[in-house]
Design a protein around this ligand. Sequence first.
Ligand code: BES
Ligand code: ZN
Length: 622
Amino acid sequence: MRLFYTFTLLSLSLIFFGCSNESPKSSKKSQAILEMKRATDFHSFSKPDEAIIDHLEWDAIVNFDSRSIEATATYSITSSKDAERIILDIRELNILNVQVDGRDASYEIGEERPFIGSPLSININPDSKEISINYSTQPGADAFLWVEGENPFLFTQSQAILARTWLPCQDSPGVRFTYNAMVKVPPNLMALMSAENPTTKNDQGYYEFKMDQPIPSYLMALAVGDVEFRSVGEHTGVYATPDLIDAAEYEFSEMEDLLVAAEALYGKYRWERYDLLVLPAAFPFGGMENPRLTFATPTIIAGDRSLVSLVAHELAHSWSGNLVTNSTWDDFWLNEGFTVYFEQRIMEAVYGREISEMLACLSYQGLVEEVDVIMDLNPNDTHLRLHLKDRNPDDGMTAIAYDKGYMFLRMLEETVGREEFDVFLKNYFSKHAFQIMDTDNFIEYLNINLLTTKELQEQAKADEWIDGKGLPSNCPVVKSQRIEDVDKAVADWSNGLISSEELDWENWLYQERYRFLTNLGEDVTLAQITELNELYSISSTGNNEILFAWLEQAIRKQHTQSYDRLETFLINVGRRKFLTPLYRAMIETDQLEMAMDIYYNKARKNYHSVATATMDELLPKE
Ligand code: BES
Ligand code: ZN
């Protein structure tokens, strides 16, 4: 196996060095990417082994009135010695003009495929150095969310394969490039990217960006809005709209501590700054690890810093994912499983093991529940290694990649001991920095560097984790006394053994309250939860995770006094992790009419395409 890769590397080097007129800089970069043979990515038309993009100069004008971006993307490229074309991915883009080395060039746009888009194939020769594409985006481009009205806002979400809806690119995680950008926006707004960012607005609405570390296209990001910056540490800061900036500054003031803890664990932070941008509530995710600038939902602003584990997660991606990147979306667990493990370790280092073990318990609970569901639908989707060919890579975003991935790494830690595991992980990140990793190569690396004996390999049962169903027998057991106490309280309270007043609700942390609310059985009555709410005002909590858990119970027990709150929540919050269970709860309890009314008449227009794609599948057509 190893020999094979050495050979491939050698032969590819020959191909690339054989190419006469390329600049030494770009050839060096391509070499770095090619240290491991790139697996076929079924979600991209590009053929990077034939010709690859190295660097992007992006020139763009953002127009809110037409909801479109007019742009020129100029790439430096490296071609193999017999290259005849370079293929980029595009979807929903208007291609206006294509040049190669400053001259109009011929190109072809292939047939469009659902969610993959089309290949843009540009004719080049082995000496071609630069391609330039003049294009505009469509108002409904799937990566975008445009907020109109008094406070206009635009943000992009590129992962997994939406970068191609706003930027022609080789939209595959195995292709990295550096970039510079010049972006023109309306004068009262600031533009931000996954790059070196401005901290103040300027009168012209003209911003320049620089990203000197090569990144894959799914980490390309742009946001435009009336935002302010506050520094919270030497390398850390927050951006938010004026109404949220104070709250954001308070909520995320411990970000530098997280960064320091992360570096102490697994080595130097390679991206210089770590800032966070608070997005409009329509953001479909909790967070997105755009390099140098995490994009985050405002629903993690709880007023008490209780939801910062999400920041630890996105920060951890600066190593797992952004430095060492999954080769294809089938290897998604290498991004997310490693990140959940790293997130847990940061949380433990900063807030102590009691807190991190509560989080681990919640992760385990979510995993067991989801494994059950997936085993009924498609048992192969419980393997760590996915098979997403001909499917939307979004299907891979389940607790398997995240929490089964986490459990696998935790099992490895417990098998060899923490000290040894930490050395292994630190080396793993530094040896593969700015490179790709796939599942086979990770297992090979694991067996050479950590599971060095037959006994250890047998103990770890890596095969069962990677290509086996459900949870292997050596899945770690997570124990938290505080969570066990909550589980006992749930049982006793449900059976009437203790009263609502006797619950320790006021002293419970977010994790305990969340555990309580997500574990109420079917036997719990409307009267019981009504009493609970009257005592502890749960429905008016400022913690959106607790509110979400409450609303799900309210739907299931038909606590109609909470339905106004439910409706406002669903209209304003577009985070898919909240939407799916809430709409599903309405469907499962014969309240479909309410679900349809809220979704189609009031909420859908506010959601991002990532969320509507899922809800459209969940709910019947209008
Ligand atoms: N990179 C993911 C978000 C993502 C994954 C977007 C796949 C598109 C496709 C991000 O790091 C993430 O995992 N976000 C989580 C938060 C986390 C604490 C588990 C989310 O948004 O819920
Ligand atoms: Zn993640």
